[in-house]
Design a protein around this ligand. Structure first.
Ligand code: GLA
Length: 380
């Protein structure tokens, strides 16, 4: 079973090379690198103040940035190159890269016209946070180019502003915070009501997460994500609570149209807390059961699964040595994760591929989030 090939900083040189290969020689480039992330449990509750267990993984990407010599903005990635007179959104590979530049400009950072390229082994549109990784790595690369430094919290803020206010994606804060605050060997717990976080050690040397991408593209900017978010917010408003952690069993009082959303956000928050207990007790069977229940909730109450994702989790669970499986991230396509005994990983990946997954499989490990500081800035 192939392990995830390099750490998140592995693709840095490749990003410089990709920039030259796509856009020709130019000025000296700066690079920012970011891992991807998986949600262990706690999906579709970050935007209503839920608790999420997540981690950066050892699949990543890097963004390489240099000044444009002729005033045009250019971006390369996913096998295409685009050029614009200004860093506007156009529904292509340039959007997230340019959104990072615009968000920084709106914060008063002087950003000249840029040429940018993205490369790495993190699959795009696979529910592993590639969009947030592109934005976040681009912010760091641009700041490095300008010899500027940013704190972790500011980086989260700029990356979120780029997604929401520039690219127009109504995401929660899970992805950006997971990419920035994760540390190797641990699961990051985000409290999205208190904007607090803590970590729990990954307790098993011989149990890992298997990520399998369905091959179905997922898009947080799409209508399904928006309407799910609206229903969750509607459930909180109807019950007069500020965050879903306060709902408890009161979801039963909701009108039939809001009840499924209310039940998901109430039960998923509880499952995250129970998952923390399972990690602390090093009880893989308990964590696996919670992952299975989470998938059911995302399918039944959120409609966030697909027929293929359901077949994939069923196939994974059928393999001896798999403790549980669920979709990870927003759903509507993307990837599943399975909690597997390492010797069972190859059989599990093969079973999930036989169920129709075509996007690739990786055994991943809890990894460091992206490096925030600009090492060259300290010499200025
Ligand atoms: C996407 C969003 C996150 C979160 C997840 C679902 O990844 O960007 O904010 O809502 O979906 O948990």
């Amino acid at each position: 079973m192939p392990e995830a090939p390099d750490g998140p900083r592995g693709p840095e040189d490749a990003a410089r090379t990709a920039l030259e290969a796509a856009l020709g020689p130019g000025d000296q480039a700066s690079v920012g690198a970011s891992p991807g992330r998986v949600t262990l449990i706690g999906d579709h509750i970050d935007y209503v103040g839920g608790r999420v267990a997540c981690m950066a993984i050892d699949l990543g990407l890097a963004v390489s940035v240099r000044r444009s010599r002729d005033g045009h903005w250019r971006a390369a990635g996913l096998g295409t190159c685009v050029q614009r007179d200004a860093p506007e959104m156009a529904g292509d590979v340039g959007d997230r890269l340019f959104a990072a530049a615009v968000a920084l400009q709106r914060r008063g950072v002087e950003v000249p016209p840029l040429e940018m390229a993205v490369t790495g082994d993190l699959p795009a549109s696979a529910g592993l946070s590639s969009s947030a990784a592109v934005v976040t790595a681009a912010v760091v690369a641009i700041l490095r180019l300008q010899h500027l430094w940013v704190t972790a919290e500011d980086l989260v803020g700029v990356a979120l502003a780029a997604e929401r206010d520039v690219a127009g994606v109504p995401c929660g804060e899970l992805d950006q915070r997971a990419l920035v605050h994760s540390r190797g060997g641990s699961v990051l717990i985000l409290d999205c009501a208190a904007h607090d976080r803590w970590r729990v050690v990954w307790p098993w040397p011989r149990i890992s997460l298997l990520v399998v991408a369905s091959g179905e593209r997922h898009d947080v900017g799409g209508g399904e994500y928006r309407s799910l978010r609206r229903a969750a917010e509607g459930a909180c408003t109807a019950l007069g609570v500020a965050a879903c952690q306060e709902i408890g069993d009161r979801w039963e009082e909701l009108s039939p149209d809001l009840r499924p959303a209310g039940r998901h956000i109430a039960t998923e928050t509880r499952r995250t807390d129970q998952a923390v207990g399972a990690l602390r007790a090093a009880d893989p069977a308990a964590l696996g059961r919670l992952m299975n229940e989470s998938h059911l909730s995302l399918r039944r109450d959120c409609g966030a699964s697909t027929r293929l994702l359901d077949s994939m989790v069923a196939a994974a669970r059928g393999v001896r040595g798999c403790h549980g499986a669920r979709l990870t991230g927003a759903g509507f396509g993307g990837s599943i994760i399975a909690l597997v005994e390492r010797p069972a990983a190859a059989a599990c990946a093969a079973a999930v591929a036989a169920a129709g997954a075509t996007g690739g499989a990786w055994l991943v490990h809890p990894s460091d989030g992206l490096e925030v500081t600009a090492p060259d800035a300290v010499h200025q």
